[in-house]
Design a protein around this ligand. Structure first.
Ligand SMILES: Nc1nc2c(c(=O)[nH]1)N[C@H]1C(S)=C(S)[C@@H](COP(=O)(O)O)O[C@H]1N2
Ligand SMILES: [Mo]
Length: 521
């Protein structure tokens, strides 16, 4: 009499292997199907995007503090680890309590599909990749575990009556590894497809028009050229990136349009071709993230090319009472910008160009907003598709219910770039240098304090404009020993950067940037 399956027992490690192999195959195939038919609805992307949106207010800060701009990669790795553990568990379940392992895999596929359908940029087919992943994973799991059951295993040769063919573990392991490898291969193929898709080809084809109004030439004295000091213009590939998008949205400019509606006398729809035919203007604006810690690097300066927001809104004619513009990205992100900041005479742009090139995909291709004087989360919507003219009372933006202020004017700040802590500085003549900013207001002065001594005025480089950061420097005869260096800026309205420390949430960090330096003999 044969023992029951449960008693005969498939060794747990083999069951885990089956689970991981099956789920890897399902997930990989699902991802590949997503790349083919519904780019942003892959199982990982949809679930990760939802986790980002559900994350509690402190999570953004923590993720950025821990992983910096690699926060999304960290999230993907985290999800993959959780899936691995769940997959192993499903394998174990399928071995012990069939068909529950299969059922669990299928259920996660369906859950992924539901999540994918609720994403802001979901399409009609967004449910398919995750469902397919679940079905493929469940079938693969059933098949792999079956190979481990002696009475189900295919008979490979003549067996004496009354005995059973022992299942071949080696062939089981080969099949499991094969399934995992196929899944991985599918995922690699999917990412290769994403990297060569039509939108990227479109970027390369974009020829930006000559600006109707060029940015004034950058003064030769704007760049101090001190090694280690942030360059006054940040190259595109070094520009910080912060957003909630797990995969960079791919927007085909040929299909792009911007709709302006809400409290307006006239609805406006603008296409890519129409936008490029408008008289575009160029200006330098320093973009800063509200999550930037004192001394942090979530800030950069670029020359933007775009159409003035004030001209655009003038076409739509906001009606009396409106005080906010809610800008929406193709992926559902929204920002609440005071209407006034988009209609006064500042260089608020609907931007298409960054440092002489089309916007890179990570920075909002084809079109984004850039508004001097406001943190990015309330102004710099990338992959923009819609502007709703409304009121702060009636509408709120993505970050507002997540613990961030509905308005985000930039605080006066300064940062020490050199000397660096780990520089191994030798005693003698050196230079202390950094940047200071309060876009829209401008910087009047920067002072440096060494070892609690007197505040000494730093020399300011020439600012490109009041909308950009400015470099500063101070010669220093460094003596051997430990030193504490601080800096503080004064804006053009006479306000001195406060020493009072504040966390980034809810409306931007404050305090003086300090650096401990050890100077060697
Ligand atoms: N669509 C979209 N636009 C967005 C965001 C986002 O999450 N999604 N983040 C904003 C924030 S918080 C900042 S600081 C800036 C950063 O722009 P960058 O990545 O080009 O530096 O983009 C803004 N625009
Ligand atoms: Mo930000």
């Amino acid at each position: 009499m044969a023992k029951s399956r449960g008693e005969r027992g498939i060794p747990s490690p083999l069951a885990w292997v089956a689970g991981v192999g099956a789920v890897a195959l399902g997930a990989g195939l699902g991802d590949l199907l997503a790349a083919l038919i519904a780019p942003s609805s892959g199982p990982f992307v949809a679930v990760g995007g939802t986790l980002i949106d559900l994350a509690p207010p402190w999570a953004k800060d923590t993720a950025i503090a821990l992983f910096g701009t690699a926060d999304k990669f960290a999230l993907i790795v985290g999800i993959a680890l959780v899936v691995l553990v769940l997959a192993a568990l499903a394998g174990w379940l399928e071995a012990r309590r069939p068909p529950w392992g299969r059922v669990v895999v299928l259920a996660f596929g369906v859950l992924g599909a539901v999540i994918a359908m609720t994403r802001p940029n979901a399409g009609a087919l967004s449910w398919l990749p995750s469902t397919f992943a679940g079905v493929a994973g469940a079938v693969a799991l059933w098949w792999l575990i079956r190979r481990l059951r002696p009475d189900d295993a295919p008979v490979t040769g003549p067996a004496p009556p009354g005995t059973q063919t022992a299942p071949s573990r080696r062939s089981f392991l080969a099949w499991s590894a094969g399934a995992a490898a196929a899944g991985l291969l599918a995922a690699v193929a999917a990412s290769a497809m994403r990297a060569t898709d039509a939108a990227l080809t479109a970027i390369r084809a974009v020829v930006l028009p000559t600006p109707a109004a060029k940015a004034p030439a950058v003064p030769a004295t704007a760049e101090l050229g001190i090694p280690g000091l942030a360059t006054v213009i940040t190259p595109n590939d070094e520009f910080y990136r912060i957003d909630t998008a797990l995969v960079v949205p791919r927007v085909d400019p040929a299909e792009w349009s911007l709709r302006i509606h809400g409290m307006v006398a006239e609805e406006v729809v603008l296409t890519w071709d129409e936008l490029l035919r408008l008289p575009l203007e160029e200006s330098y604006t320093t973009l800063a993230c509200v999550s930037n810690e004192v001394g942090g690097s979530l800030i950069g300066n670029a020359r933007w090319l775009g159409y003035p927001m004030r001209e655009l809104l003038a076409r739509a004619r906001p009606t009396p009472g409106a005080d906010m513009v809610l800008s929406r990205s193709i992926d559902g992100f929204t920002a609440s910008t005071p209407l006034e900041a988009l209609t006064d005479d500042r260089n608020a742009l609907l931007a298409v160009g960054m440092n002489g090139e089309p916007l890179p995909p990570e920075h909002g291709f084809p079109v984004r907003m850039v508004v001097p004087g406001l943190y990015g989360y309330v102004s710099a919507t990338k992959w923009i598709t819609e502007l709703t003219v409304t009121t702060f009372a009636a509408d709120e933006a993505y970050w507002t219910p997540r613990g961030w202020s509905e308005r985000g004017p930039i605080k006066v700040q300064s940062r020490i770039d050199v000397p660096r802590r780990a520089q191994g500085l030798k005693a003698g003549d050196t230079v202390i240098a950094g940047v200071a900013w309060q876009q829209g207001v401008g910087i009047e002065a920067v002072e440096v304090q060494i070892d609690d001594g007197d505040w000494r005025p730093a020399e300011l480089a020439t600012a490109i404009s009041d909308d950009t950061w400015v470099q500063w420097s101070l010669p220093w005869r460094a003596e051997a020993g430990d030193h504490l260096i601080r800096c503080r800026a004064t804006n053009r309205e006479g306000e001195v950067q406060t020493s009072e420390r504040a966390h980034p949430a809810p409306d931007g960090a404050s305090g003086w940037h300090e650096r401990f330096i050890t100077v060697f003999e």
